[in-house]
Design a binder for this molecule. Structure first.
Ligand SMILES: Nc1ncnc2c1ncn2[C@@H]1O[C@H](COP(=O)(O)OP(=O)(O)OP(=O)(O)O)[C@@H](O)[C@H]1O
Ligand SMILES: [Mg+2]
Length: 468
């Protein structure tokens, strides 16, 4: 069971697959090349040996054709005595005149065959080097155009077989050594390719287990490196969202704690039953205000969550933007008056109609105007301007309040972000108004911008596309 499990794991590894694939290609190449080399060598060697045999026979026959005397015959025999060849000279009748070594019965059969050959026939009688002990050739001795004898040459085939065996061994050993070396190299190379993948696999499983700070080393700029880069980017993003979520939860906890503390404290006062009528009114007022605050906070969070999920339903209808603005202005007028803030409105030069959700657009304007009122001190001014181009409308809401520093400005539209971190009852918002406003404006295919200068004031600009 264990062995099959190990084999299974082995088979699942990319390095093994890649290595095996390359190795089989390599083996195929080595096998073909070896085969070609082997046949080339064998052909070349055999034709060399046979040719030498035939040539020697011919030259003896040619000498004997000129001088077919015992001295010459003796000379030829002596020449071959020391060599690896054997020569036999036959007379016209096929009887042996002389031979350089003793003749075996098998050789006698060849001699018979040689004497039966006609002039002009092939000179080699035996070419089979593998199963017979000799290669055999014959050359006729000619005098006055007639065959007067035969020179038969024998060459032992054992040296050929030895050479071939040696060649086979050499090829096999070379093959085995190359295969071993190459397989080692191939597995090293494929491991090198696969190692980054293994590292990435480990990194992603660590990320999946919540260790978001895990990073993969990025080497070079190839596809593997790009993948590593994407994984790092992904874990960065996850880490960022994880941090944001933690911060968000902490902030929400903080936001909920304040009103709940009030509610608890003042209801305790009422439960004690020894309050004065003034204390009763004060407690009830605070309980009422704090429940309102809690209700608004929960509603805002709910809206924001639904907008971020993209399933907040808007009711888009044709609207006059001027009507929306003037309706909201009439709502905030009295509270601005109360705080002695003057509200100035510049109407547009031409009518502006848009496609939008009236209630939600009013919510945006109310949020921004409420901020302007809340953060601008008494005696300040708030300007509201409505103008636009052929394709888009622009609403500017500018105040002469304290302004927002450039370090804080980029964050004020993030949810739960507030510039003044100490939460006084006076200016106590949850930091959700602008986040929601931005989402609403974006759902209208528009944009919300803010410019501000500390000590001078803040200007919000809403841009919305006009109805075509
Ligand atoms: N006109 C302004 N002048 C100065 N600071 C502003 C102005 N408008 C917004 N801010 C700063 O931006 C922060 C975020 O505003 P936002 O409307 O999102 O939250 P909030 O007013 O604090 O709370 P909420 O609107 O949820 O009641 C505010 O807390 C405030 O510090
Ligand atoms: Mg606000």
């Amino acid at each position: 069971m264990k062995i099959t499990a190990i084999l299974q794991r082995f088979r699942e590894r990319v390095a093994v697959k890649l290595g095996l694939l390359l190795l089989s290609v390599f083996l195929l190449i080595i096998f073909s090349v070896g085969n070609i080399l082997y046949s080339l060598f064998l052909n070349f060697y055999l034709s060399h040996v046979t040719e030498e045999l035939v040539q020697r026979g011919h030259s003896h026959a040619s000498v004997l054709s000129d001088h077919f005397f015992p001295v010459t015959i003796e000379h030829v025999i002596r020449m071959e005595k020391g060599s690896r060849f054997m020569v036999v000279i036959l007379n016209k009748e096929g009887n042996v005149i002389a031979s350089s070594a003793s003749i075996s019965p098998l050789q006698r059969d060849y001699l018979k065959e040689a004497s039966g050959k006609k002039e002009g026939q092939e000179n080699t009688i035996e070419k089979d080097w593998d199963t017979t002990p000799f290669l055999v050739s014959h050359s006729p001795i000619m005098q006055n155009g007639k065959t007067t004898g035969e020179v038969v040459m024998f060459s032992p085939t054992e040296p050929i077989r030895q050479a071939v065996r040696l060649l086979q061994w050499m090829l096999m050993i070379t093959g085995i050594v190359t295969v071993l070396v190459v397989s080692g190299l191939l597995f090293i190379i494929s491991r090198m390719v696969v190692r980054p993948l293994i590292e990435m696999k480990q990194a992603t499983s660590e990320i999946a287990q919540g260790r978001y700070s895990t990073r993969v080393p990025v080497l070079g700029n190839d596809e593997v490196a790009q993948l590593a880069h994407s994984i790092n980017h992904m874990s960065n993003e996850i880490q960022f969202y994880q941090n944001q979520r933690n911060e968000f939860l902490a902030d929400i906890g903080h936001e909920l704690r304040t009103p709940i503390t009030y509610l608890k404290g003042y209801s305790e006062v009422l439960l004690r039953n020894d309050y004065t009528p003034d204390e009763l009114t004060q407690s009830l007022t605070i309980i009422y205000e704090q429940s309102n605050r809690l209700q608004r906070l929960v509603q805002d969070l709910f809206d924001l969550a639904r907008m971020e999920q993209g399933n907040f339903s808007f009711c888009f209808v044709p609207l006059s933007l001027e009507d929306v603005v003037t309706d909201v202005l009439s709502l905030v007028e009295s509270s601005m008056d109360e705080k002695k803030i003057s509200l100035e409105y510049e109407p547009p030069a031409m009518p502006m109609s848009i496609e939008g959700d009236k209630q939600r657009l009013e919510q945006v304007l109310l949020n921004i105007l409420e901020n302007a009122r809340r953060y601008t001190p008494s005696g300040g001014k708030v300007y509201v301007r409505l103008n636009g181009t052929k394709t888009s409308a622009e609403i500017q809401i500018e105040d002469t309040g304290p302004g927002i520093s450039s370090e804080e400005l980029p964050f004020i539209m993030e949810r739960l972000y507030r510039v003044e971190k100490s939460r006084s009852q006076e200016t106590g918002g949850a930091g959700l108004g602008l986040a929601i406003s931005k989402k609403i404006v974006e759902a209208h295919h528009g944009s919300l911008h803010v410019e501000s200068e500390v000590g001078v004031g803040t200007k919000f600009t809403i841009q919305l596309p006009l109805k075509k």
